[in-house]
Design a binder for this molecule. Structure first.
Ligand SMILES: Cc1cc2nc3c(=O)[nH]c(=O)nc-3n(C[C@H](O)[C@H](O)[C@H](O)COP(=O)(O)OP(=O)(O)OC[C@H]3O[C@@H](n4cnc5c(N)ncnc54)[C@H](O)[C@@H]3O)c2cc1C
Length: 347
């Protein structure tokens, strides 16, 4: 019988960074993960972006999340001895003179200053990009190559015999005096199963609202040191450009649809009018929730069972912060933000 403090189920970005934080806190961890291409983290673009949406506003908790983000991933790169963080400025063309004026005003506000690298008051000159009103270059942005990061953390776990590639069988979990699963006895079992939570009998009462997303990979001639983003993002990644993404709550599969790809191409055409060739198309499902906040914490009926899930469209920026907060809650009686505490939803 192997004894550990924490059994983690799922090794996407959520299970990976929770394992890292628990190990840093001196805890014994074992991870069970079903290896498949079709995970949210494998399909994600991996972008972190502090100013989002059509209205271009600071994203939820931006001031807490973004200043720590790049140092966090850089430290992890050193620990797993692998490169996966690619800081890149995001370039957001303005739609109108009014928008340019608004942002010139915001540049004087302390709340926005750290996020603004530069405001372009006229077109950038990037061939094909429609930006006649200028645009905004952001700080604290870029992407994380999630499959590479997850692979690096997996190797560390495997080297110590703390990883099993297996589909967790819920019928084999015994919840008495901690948690027993096959030959493992744990004080806690924490589920980080992403969109597959719908098959989890302990947590499938939660109001998840998964959303499919499609990404197009293209070849074209754009600068490689920035992400152009308006209506659609164009991200230089793996020697090509990733263009994304779509939002579909109705077809939760991993097959890129004709409609989704056309939608991406139409949006791309509004932003970028040079030729490109399509390299590949992909689709994934994001573990989003009804109120766009993660589900973190312990089960009302089984305090030895936890959940760390629901990171929706923003796993890269949210997970590092909340992995730390959750470990603080589990190990040092720290607090969870009420907005993310899973007990906000009654069974
Ligand atoms: C098209 C697309 C684009 C995206 N772009 C971005 C982006 O640019 N920036 C960003 O921050 N986020 C992005 N996201 C969202 C991001 O992918 C998610 O927030 C994040 O990956 C969720 O990670 P997770 O670990 O919770 O889930 P997952 O990555 O799905 O990991 C869950 C893991 O649990 C395993 N598992 C599940 N059930 C079991 C079981 N019973 N037994 C064993 N293992 C199990 C799965 O196999 C998987 O390995 C995007 C998502 C999509 C689909």
């Amino acid at each position: 019988m192997k004894k550990v403090n924490y059994l983690i189920v799922g090794q996407g970005i959520a299970g990976s960074l929770l394992a890292v934080e628990l190990i840093r806190a001196g805890r014994d961890v074992h991870v069970i993960n079903h290896e498949t291409e079709n995970t949210s983290s494998n399909k994600a673009a991996g972008i972190y972006n502090p100013i989002t949406g059509r209205q271009m506003v600071k994203t939820w908790l931006a001031d807490s999340l973004f200043p720590i983000l790049e140092p966090y991933y850089q430290q992890l790169e050193r620990e797993v001895d692998l490169k996966f963080l690619y800081p890149k400025s995001i370039y957001r063309p303005f739609y109108s003179h009014e928008e340019l004026n608004d942002w010139e005003g915001k540049a004087a506000e302390l709340a926005y200053q750290p996020y603004i690298k530069e405001i372009l008051t006229k077109a950038s000159g990037i061939k094909g990009v429609r930006d006649e009103f200028g645009g905004l270059l952001l700080n604290y942005s870029g992407y994380v190559n999630l499959p590479d990061m997850i692979r690096g953390i997996r190797h560390v776990l495997e080297d110590k015999g703390n990883y099993t590639n297996e589909l967790f069988d819920h019928s084999q979990l015994k919840l008495a005096d901690g948690a027993h699963y096959k030959n493992i006895k744990a004080d806690y079992v924490i589920f980080c199963d992403g969109p597959m939570v719908t098959d989890n009998p302990l947590w499938n009462y939660l109001p998840f609202k998964p959303v499919k997303g499609e990404i197009l990979e293209i070849d074209t001639t754009l600068p490689e040191d920035m992400i152009v983003n308006r209506g659609v993002f164009v991200l230089p990644k793996n020697g090509h450009f990733s263009v994304g993404s779509t939002y579909d709550h109705d077809h939760l599969d991993y097959v890129p649809s004709e409609k989704g790809i056309k939608n991406l191409q139409d949006r791309l055409h509004k932003l970028y009018q040079k030729e490109y060739t399509i390299v590949s198309k992909s689709a994934g499902v994001r573990p989003a929730t009804y109120d766009r906040r993660p589900f973190i914490g312990q089960h009302t009926d089984h305090p030895q069972v936890g959940i760390f899930n629901g990171f929706g469209t923003k796993g890269v920026s949210l997970v590092p912060f909340f992995a730390g907060q959750y470990v603080n809650y589990l190990e040092r009686s720290g607090e969870l933000l009420p907005e993310v505490d899973v007990r906000r939803v009654k069974i």
